[in-house]
Design a binder for this molecule. Structure first.
Ligand SMILES: *Cc1c(COP(=O)(O)O)cnc(C)c1O
Length: 431
């Protein structure tokens, strides 16, 4: 399998090259040259397959011969070694819980898969790879955890001081080993600017093998297909297929779902639920795509004004607007609606949603109101405890701490405080 750059200026790359580079030299996103088809037999007999077997069938064509079969099997096993339960919230709405991984958010899947692939690819090199990431909260934890203890890889995470939740900070700063956390006395934009500067610094790049763990990386994007298949496996009424509603920011997650569907996974329809950042809902409504400056909301992991993966959805539909419109519906949900949903689902169904899952729930309810005979699944992308500062005042009681969080509370944080000064970062990286 080869990947072309959506900008069509760079040469094609195999999975290894696309994973190491992240983005094509012409700054385009990599896109698979062909979309593999899942054997019909697997779909018909999905309950007789293990999750590992399904994931292998899904991802192997994308990896090709860049990773031997037995090693790929092992990478998959480590990537998905937690649960992906489909839980009924009410008669017509089910929650696919994607928060049972180590950092309690769906990004664990992509980050764990990518880190292990990269670890394999750099194994034989003589130079360690340094993964440099700026995070506003969730990505950093998933990436740090995914790369923890991977030989040959050092991870440096930049996060804005006092702007990540305390749970998120603990997840970044208590690992140690090959994970280093830099607390930048500035904003997320400052962190991102420093990372950009490092990638553009030719002298630094001669001395270090730098790479990013950005969400556009194919090794983070593609494995997100797995849990759409796991959802179908657990879906009881296969004669009435589910609508799937994905809380979306950068649109990587939903794009993986649509890819799985085009590869043969039965799904009735997709819904992208957005917060006030409504570039895609606007586009689907009036055909005009206009990126905007991101605005802050309660579902902050989706505060994206220029969704970087949406171009891949356009590519999947060959930029044919009517085809996109018939496969995908999108809603913009306000913070007031989000609060109301969190409160109501807890009161009426004893189910506590995080703000992102609540946006999805609101979107799915809007859709089902117009399609009353249908049923749907929301992707619950994070555990509510990750956003307890938002959730607790809404429900007026504390959110229960799962084991994964309790165990890091007593750990000592290790971090380096730094002003947003590129020379200091460079000195740190070279030191
Ligand atoms: C990143 C994130 C999202 C958005 O996913 P995209 O792939 O960027 O659309 C939604 N919910 C949570 C909890 C996230 O961390």
């Amino acid at each position: 399998m080869l990947y072309y750059s959506i900008n069509k200026q760079s040469s094609k790359a195999d999975f290894k090259e696309a994973t190491i580079k992240g983005q094509a030299p012409d700054k385009g996103l990599y896109f698979p040259e062909v979309i593999p088809q899942i054997p019909q037999e697997l779909i018909e007999n999905i309950n007789s397959y293990t999750r590992e077997e399904i994931a292998y069938k899904v991802i192997q064509p994308y990896v090709g011969d860049t990773i031997p079969g037995n090693i790929l099997q092992n990478i998959i096993k480590e990537t998905i070694q937690f649960d992906f339960p489909l839980v009924e919230i009410k008669e017509d709405i089910f929650s696919l819980e994607l928060f049972h991984g180590p950092t309690l958010a769906f990004k664990d899947v992509g980050a764990r898969f990518m880190s292990r692939c990269l670890g394999y690819f750099v194994q034989k090199g003589d130079k360690n790879v340094t993964v440099l990431v700026a995070t506003s909260g969730d990505t950093g934890g998933a990436v740090a955890n995914g790369f923890y203890g991977v030989d040959g890889v050092d991870v440096v995470i930049l996060y804005p001081s006092r702007k990540v939740s305390s749970v998120q900070e603990l997840q970044l700063t208590t690992l140690g080993k090959n994970i280093k956390a830099l607390e930048i006395e500035g904003s997320f934009d400052d962190c991102q600017q420093l990372v950009k500067q490092a990638f553009a610094d030719a002298e630094l790049n001669r001395q270090l093998f730098l790479t990013s763990a950005n969400s556009i990386n194919v090794a983070r994007w593609l494995p997100q297909q797995f849990y759409y298949f796991f959802a179908f496996q657990q879906w009881k009424d296969k004669s009435n297929l589910p609508v799937i509603c994905v809380p979306s920011g950068n649109f990587g997650n939903i794009c993986a779902g649509i890819l799985a569907h085009i590869s043969g996974l039965p799904v009735r329809h997709f819904i992208a639920a957005c917060n006030a950042n409504d570039v895609v809902p606007q586009y689907l409504q009036n055909g005009v795509y206009e990126s905007k400056k991101a605005v802050s909301t309660l579902s902050n992991a989706m505060d994206v004004g220029h969704p970087s993966n949406f171009i891949r959805i356009l590519e999947l539909f060959r930029h044919e607007y009517p085809a996109i419109k018939s496969a995908l519906t999108s809603y913009s949900i306000t913070d007031d609606e989000t609060r109301a949903i969190i409160k109501k689902t807890l009161e009426d169904y004893s189910y506590l949603l995080d703000p992102h899952g609540a946006v999805a729930f609101a979107g799915l309810e809007k859709y089902l109101a117009e399609h009353p005979s249908e049923k749907g699944i929301i992707l619950e992308t994070a555990h509510p405890v990750k956003f307890y500062d938002v959730v607790e005042p809404i429900i007026n009681k504390p959110v229960e701490m799962p084991e994964a969080i309790q165990s890091i509370l007593p750990k000592t944080q290790s971090k380096v405080k730094m002003s947003p000064d590129y020379d200091k970062l460079k000195e740190f990286l070279l030191g």
